[in-house]
Design a protein around this ligand. Structure first.
Ligand SMILES: [Zn+2]
Length: 300
């Protein structure tokens, strides 16, 4: 868990980078490449965790972090014997997972994502929780193949299935399953070790996060390696602890919602107090997190 503190996370990274010399900032980003199985790797740099799958049929990349990091990512891919990605999947639309899209699209990489990822990237948008305006992605950076439910890649002697989970972190999340290798990239359904951001402004919900985490757990066994969107690579047991924490917090907050409490009253009552020491040290402090989640909860 302590390693989390050593990783600069996406949204904080953006805030920090706007305050210091941006070029210098990106230069300092270092990659940690973790070999999971034969030709499948997790790469942790800045922003959402990447997965890279290399082989004779071509290199397959999951997510692409930020535009200034594209060349570094390519360098890391070459180090493990890969090449310019043939395919790139976006697990969802957020800028710390799709920032390199335009660069990769211009290089001829085929970008694939859920229908709503393309819709959200194609227009100007906001992320009110972070006071951020996001400009539309140029045409070259938009997914050119989209799907509503799932899609399967048959490459490098592996079956890779990307499938949509509903209204979880956003309205367009995909989970990617390497069937034979028993590896799953969970996208931002999983923030391993800390409270997750939930994009309630664009269809995300705590209920959906819990359902999606359960879906991933049900596909996993004790040997499954699960790459989270943020935080260290983990397993089914780690994911279960996170899912159970989310469920407990949901139940607590639902009670407050039933009682008609305002967000101010809820925050004052410190509803996540028991969980904060373990889960409240990521990029969202407990108050921010409760604010995001509570505002997204349906009134009973
Ligand atoms: Zn995200």
């Amino acid at each position: 868990m302590k390693s989390i503190k050593h990783i600069l996370f996406c949204l904080i990274g953006i805030l920090v980078s706007s305050a210091i010399n941006a070029d210098n900032h990106w230069e300092k980003v270092e990659y940690k490449t973790i070999k999971i199985k034969e030709n499948i790797y997790a790469m942790i740099g800045q922003g959402g965790n990447l997965a890279v799958f290399t082989g004779k049929d071509g290199t397959f990349l999951i997510d692409d972090q930020f535009a200034p990091l594209t060349e570094k990512i390519l360098k890391e891919i070459k180090k493990i014997g890969g090449e310019k990605p043939k395919f790139l999947i976006n697990t969802h639309w957020h800028f710390d997972h799709t920032g390199g899209n335009e660069n990769f699209g211009k290089k001829g990489t085929i970008i694939v994502a859920h229908d709503n990822v393309r819709k959200l990237l194609a227009t100007d948008n906001t992320l009110k929780a972070f006071n951020k305006n996001i400009s539309a992605t140029p045409k070259e950076g938009l997914p050119i193949i989209t799907f509503s439910k799932d899609t399967t890649f048959h490459i490098n002697a592996e079956t890779v299935r990307a499938f949509h989970v509903h209204n979880a972190h956003t309205n367009g999340d995909s989970v990617v399953h390497f069937n034979k290798a028993n590896i799953i990239h969970a996208g931002d359904i999983w923030f391993n070790g800390f409270y997750p951001f939930i994009d309630v402004e664009h269809g995300g919900s705590l209920e959906g996060m819990i359902t999606a985490a359960t879906t991933i757990m049900n596909m996993s066994n004790e040997n499954t390696v699960i790459i989270p969107g943020h935080g260290p690579v983990g397993n089914k047991q780690d994911l279960m602890e996170y899912r159970d924490m989310l469920t407990s917090v949901l139940n607590i907050l639902r009670d407050y919602k039933k009682q008609g409490k305002t967000l101010e009253e809820v925050i004052k009552a410190k509803p996540t107090e028991d969980y904060d020491p373990e889960w409240g040290n990521g990029f969202l402090d407990p108050e921010q997190w409760v604010g995001i989640v509570y505002s997204g909860l349906e009134a009973p």
